[in-house]
Each structure stands twice: as C-alpha cells, then as structure tokens.
Design a protein around this ligand. Structure first.
Ligand code: NAD
Length: 348
C-alpha cells in the first residue's frame, strides 16, 4: 500500500488527477489535501468520494505546522503538488495571495517531505506540477524547451517560477527526489468559468458579451485536461528523478480564432444560425504584461515516456462543450456567490 498526497485535488486539473489515481490504483491510499478556496469544489470529485482508497483533508498548505504534522501522521510515499492560486488576472490584483500559496505553500510541502523522508528517501517522489508561463513570452517563432531560460512576466508566473526554483533547490541541496513538469493551457470539464473557454461557453449560453483581450492575437497552446492527467500519471511513475518535462498539445491557437471556433460549435449545439454567437465578441482593454505567445516543445516526454495527446482540439472542445451543457447545475453552483461578485468587478 502506497500513501500518496495530492494537493489541490478539488480544483480543475487536480480533480482529474485524483479521479485517475483513485480509480486506476486501488492499491494506493490517495489523500486529497485542499483548502477549498473559491476555485476548489468537492462537486468536482463527488463520483469518487466514497471509494475506500480515498480520503479528503481540508487544509491550507501555507500553514507549516499543519503540513508537517500531516506528513508526520501519514508518512506519504509520494506527493503530487497541484494546489495553487492559478488565475493571472487575480495575481495582478492580489499578488500576495500568490506568494503565500504558490511560493510559501510549496516550500512548506518541500520542507515537510525533506524533514520526514530524511536520509530514507529511496522510492519516494515529490512531483511539482507547473506551467509554461514561467518561460515568459515567445515571438512569432520558436518553442519552449526544458532548457529555455525562465522569464516570468505576471505575478502568477513569477510565483510559479519561484516555486519551481525551490523544488530544484531542494533537489540539489537536500537530495530530495523530485520531478517537475511545465504544461501549457488546459481545458475540459470542471474548469472554473473565470478561464477563457468555460467563461465563453457560459456567456454564449447566457447571451452575454465575450470579452477578448487586446486585438485577440495572443497565442496559446491548448491541451485537453484528461491528456494532462495521463502525462502526470506517466511522469510520476516513470519520469527520471531530478528531471523536468514540458507537456503541451502541439496545438497553437490565436485567441480570436479559438473564440470563433468555439462560437461555431456552440451555435451548432444550441441550434442557432452560424455566426450568431460571434456577434457577442467584445474587445476589451489588454491585460498588463500580457505575454504574446506560448508554445511548448513536448518532444522529450513524447520520446522518453511515449506520451502524446489522445484527442484533437476539435474533439476535445466538442467533449468540453457537451460536458458544460450536460452539467448546468454544476455551472450554476460555481457561478453563484463569491464568484459572481468577482465576475461583476472584473467585467462590468
Ligand atoms: P485551480 O485553481 O482550478 O485549482 C487549485 C486548487 O488548489 C483549488 O482546489 C484550491 O482550493 C486549491 N488551493 C488553493 N490554495 C490553496 C492552499 N493555500 N492550500 C490548499 N489548497 C489550495 O488550478 P488548476 O488550473 O487545476 O491548476 C492546478 C496546477 O496546475 C497549478 O499548480 C497550476 O499552476 C498548474 N497548471 C495549470 C494549468 C491550467 O491551464 N489550468 C496549466 C499548467 C499548469
């Protein structure tokens, strides 16, 4: 029996990872540690909460004593660390929340692992899940590789870059067995509707404007979240110690083209004339420090571990739209209360 701690398992990507691990590895005991911030929602993992190999722990990774005691009590064999403040716009209005959770919270976890595992870290693994945004912005050409220099531009990416550096520092200084991945933009079911794709799906359903930043020419690489969960599973079990892998969808889209594709899929789903939803597009003032282009070279994980995305963008978007339309109650729950007032502040 292996004891695995997954942090942030009530969030978007974390919920897919928890589901996969609980269902695929009945011999593991999975502990899901989550503070249930505005982004954490236990409804995301309601289907597995009764499984005998699953335990939910509500707690804050910023609380060092709590984290140390948790490690002491359960003697985890592995950690998959996904808990984070994850929204760039929020990092611009409240950077300190990002320093606390993403930097201090990560160091608390690293320190507890290092202290509890001490010299007996054989077979143990600390897996830090990070973003391609740490690399900064690309021009029209080139791709981020694992050796691209860090050049973060937003408080979010700066906090993630800092946490990545601490992970490597614990690896070098204390020989903590770690593995780290930097992934491109994810999309799919259970994505909190402050992020572009679910925000726009929800707005199209409700006939609300679709706020596109700047000229809409920003380019991102998109990956279906379940393909990210498969990659995380592979890297956790087969990735090389003290190593980094980039994960991406080989799937670059300018925002405006993505929005138009989404509008077309939604028009078809809603039985509206093609072109109806596009009329909701509203260009809004650009985000400060907005990175022009992110694009991942995922050759290493593909060649070393045999991973590649299983769905095309069109297939993944279709599945995502279908899921949101079938799960209106989930959408209603997460778009009420705290999120609703935040939304008003950002977009009114
Ligand atoms: P999310 O915001 O949906 O979920 C984050 C989860 O962490 C939530 O459940 C929240 O309650 C929890 N959390 C926040 N602060 C906490 C704290 N102090 N203590 C304990 N729990 C806390 O985020 P996500 O999109 O699922 O991202 C997960 C991870 O993957 C993050 O580290 C993010 O940087 C990284 N990542 C995300 C993307 C993406 O496109 N979403 C891409 C690459 C990497």
């Amino acid at each position: 029996m292996k004891k695995i701690l997954i942090t942030g398992g009530a969030g978007f990507i974390g919920s897919h990872v928890v589901r996969r691990f609980v269902n695929k590895y009945p011999e593991y005991q999975i502990f899901n540690l989550d503070a249930l911030t505005y982004a954490g929602n236990l409804e995301n993992i309601a289907d597995i909460e009764k499984q005998p190999n699953y335990t939910f722990v509500k707690g804050d990774i910023v609380d060092a004593d709590f984290i140390h005691n948790l490690f002491q009590e359960h003697q985890f064999d592995g950690v998959l660390h996904l808990a984070a403040e994850s929204h760039v716009d929020r990092s611009i209005t409240d950077p300190m929340a990002f320093v606390k959770t993403n930097v201090i919270g990560t160091v608390n976890l690293l320190h507890a692992a290092k202290t509890i595992w001490k010299d007996n870290s054989e077979g143990k693994r600390f897996y830090h899940i990070s973003t391609d945004e740490v690399y900064g912005s690309l021009g029209a050409e080139g791709l981020f590789t694992e050796t691209t220099a860090y050049d973060p531009n937003s408080p979010y990416s700066a906090s993630k870059a800092s946490s990545d550096h601490f992970v490597r520092a614990y690896g070098e200084t204390y020989n903590l067995p770690y593995v780290l991945t930097n992934c491109s933009n994810n999309y799919g079911p259970f994505h909190f509707p402050e992020k572009l794709i679910p925000l726009f799906i929800n707005n199209i359903i409700q006939n609300k404007p679709l706020p596109v930043y700047g000229d809409g020419k920003y380019t991102r690489d998109w990956l279906f979240v379940e393909d990210h969960a498969v990659a995380i599973d592979l890297v956790f079990h087969e990735g090389k110690n003290h190593d980094t892998y980039n994960i991406g969808g080989f799937n670059e889209w300018q925002n405006i083209d993505l929005v138009k594709l989404l509008c077309k899929i939604m028009d078809e789903k809603l039985g509206r004339a093609i072109g109806t939803s596009e009329q909701l597009i509203a260009y809004v003032k650009d985000r400060p420090g907005h990175d022009l282009r992110y694009a991942i070279d995922a050759t290493k994980i593909s060649q070393e571990l045999g991973w590649k995305p299983s769905v095309t963008f069109e297939e993944g978007l279709e599945k995502t739209v279908h899921w949101y339309m079938q799960n209106q109650t989930w959408l209603d729950h997460v778009t009420s209360g705290a999120y609703a007032s935040y939304y008003e502040k950002q977009y009114s």
